[in-house]
Design a binder for this molecule. Structure first.
Ligand code: GRF
Length: 203
C-alpha cells in the first residue's frame, strides 16, 4: 500500500477516479493528501467528502516559487506521501518538488505527447485536423509536459465530434489510464533508462 499525494487546480475528475480506484482496491494505494493552489478547486471539496486531508496553498503569499513548493513538500511529508500525482495542476513544477520527489511525480496530459503540449491540448488537437489524439501519463521533469512517457492511449477524433464530445471521451480515457500507471509504479515495474520508461514484466 502506498500513499498518494494529489495536486490539483480544478474540477478533480481524475482525483475522483483515483479515489474510486483506491476504494475499489483496483490499485494498492490510498490518497492521503490533496493540495491545490486554487481555493475554489472542486478537487478540495472531493477530498473533504472522502475525509482526505486537503490544503489550499496560496502561491501569492510566497515571494519565491521555492518557498511555495517548500510549503507543499511540508504537507506531503507530513502525510508520508510516496508518489505525487498531478491531476490538472496548473503550475510548473520546480526544483524543490522535483528534488524532494525525484522520479516520483506523475502527470496526465490530454494529448499524445509530444504533440500538443501546454494548455487547451484537446482543443489544439481538435482544431488541427489530426484524426487521432489521446492521453499521456508521464514522469515530471523541469519542462512543460516533457518528462519520460509511462503510458499512452489513443482516442480517435470522429467526423461528427464536437469539441465537447471529444473532450468527454478523452476524459473517460484519462480516468482509465491513470490508475494503470499508478499500479505499475506501485508494483515497481517502471524503470527510467536514458529518458525512456521501460515497463518491466510482472513479477
Ligand atoms: C485533465 O484533462 C488533465 O489531463 C489535465 O487537466 C485536466 C484535469 O481535469 N492535465 P480534472 O480536474 O481531473 O477533471
Amino acid at each position: 500500500m502506498i500513499n498518494l499525494g494529489v495536486l490539483a487546480s480544478g474540477k478533480g475528475t481524475n482525483l475522483q477516479a483515483i479515489i474510486n480506484a483506491c476504494e475499489n482496491r483496483e490499485i494498492d494505494a490510498r490518497v492521503v493528501a490533496v493540495i491545490s493552489d486554487n481555493k475554489d478547486a472542486y478537487a478540495l471539496e472531493i477530498a473533504k467528502q472522502h475525509n482526505i486531508p486537503s490544503y489550499y496553498v496560496n502561491k501569492a503569499i510566497f515571494s519565491y516559487k521555492l518557498c511555495y513548493e517548500e510549503e507543499i513538500v511540508k504537507r506531503l511529508n507530513k502525510n508520508k506521501v510516496n508518489l505525487i500525482v498531478l491531476a490538472g495542476y496548473m503550475k510548473i513544477v520546480e526544483d524543490t518538488l522535483l528534488s524532494s520527489y525525484e522520479n516520483k511525480i506523475m502527470n496526465i496530459h490530454p494529448s499524445l505527447l509530444p504533440c500538443f503540449p501546454g494548455k487547451n491540448a484537446i482543443e489544439q488537437a481538435y482544431n488541427s485536423g489530426v484524426k487521432i489524439t489521446g492521453v499521456t501519463i508521464h514522469f515530471v521533469d523541469k519542462g512543460v509536459d516533457t518528462g519520460p512517457i509511462i503510458l499512452q492511449s489513443p482516442v480517435p477524433i470522429l467526423e461528427n465530434d464536437s469539441l465537447e464530445s471529444l473532450t468527454e471521451r478523452v476524459h473517460q480515457e484519462e480516468h482509465k489510464l491513470y490508475k494503470k500507471a499508478i499500479q505499475l509504479f506501485i508494483e515497481g515495474r517502471l524503470k527510467i533508462d536514458k529518458g525512456k520508461v521501460r515497463i518491466l514484466e510482472e513479477k
